[in-house]
Design a protein around this ligand. Structure first.
Ligand SMILES: CC[C@H](C(=O)O)C(=O)SCCNC(=O)CCNC(=O)[C@H](O)C(C)(C)COP(=O)(O)OP(=O)(O)OC[C@H]1O[C@@H](n2cnc3c(N)ncnc32)[C@H](O)[C@@H]1OP(=O)(O)O
Ligand SMILES: [Co+2]
Length: 146
């Protein structure tokens, strides 16, 4: 049985990181907005916004993602949702290969091989049609978090 880990982030696609950063800062009152960065290998520009956890623990994050270029995997999503929107959910697991085997054994479509994601650890995606309509990212928990 795979053991589901914490919700690491909620991916929110946007046509403009700049506008979305201003929204989380000025409307949502986010106190910690990380430095945006490019992730061309995954076809996105990224900005993490922290949401507070309980009693000083780390909460989850909003992962703002903008297409890096026309070939981005989120270009089609933005074309369908010009204002952007909730794109994926990312959960942590202790062992990415064990998790990949788990989902494949369940008959779910794992999209590609594990690759390094925005937190610098291996990730993969499971097709939304096999996950109750939710594009699901699985991420190996960063070692320092163990
Ligand atoms: C990895 C870096 C970073 C990190 O956190 O580390 C990120 O998270 S980057 C996030 C961007 N990267 C990805 O999303 C990679 C995985 N995604 C894909 O491979 C595609 O987006 C895919 C296969 C999920 C969808 O492909 P496409 O956009 O071409 O759309 P389709 O017409 O093929 O979609 C088929 C079917 O799925 C529905 N769909 C599409 N996207 C989503 C979504 N985000 N959530 C829920 N459902 C989605 C789409 O509506 C189609 O449904 P249908 O009923 O057939 O119309
Ligand atoms: Co993500």
């Amino acid at each position: 049985m795979m053991k589901l880990g914490r919700l690491n982030h909620i991916g929110v696609a946007t046509p403009s990181l700049e506008k979305s950063i201003a929204y989380y800062r000025d409307v949502m009152g986010a106190t910690k907005i990380h430095e945006p960065f490019d992730l061309p290998a995954q076809g996105v520009k990224v900005c993490f916004v922290d949401t507070p956890g309980e009693g000083g623990t780390a909460g989850t994050q909003i992962e703002l993602i903008e297409p890096f270029d026309e070939s981005s995997p989120i270009t089609a999503f933005i074309a369908k949702n010009p204002a952007g929107g909730q794109h994926h959910m990312c959960y942590e697991v202790p062992d990415i290969l064990e998790a990949k085997a788990w989902f494949e054994a369940k008959g779910a479509r794992v999209l590609g091989e594990p690759r390094i994601g925005a937190h610098g650890t291996p990730i993969f995606f499971v097709h939304p049609k096999d996950m109750n309509g939710v594009l699901t990212e699985i991420m190996e928990t960063p070692k320092e978090a163990h």
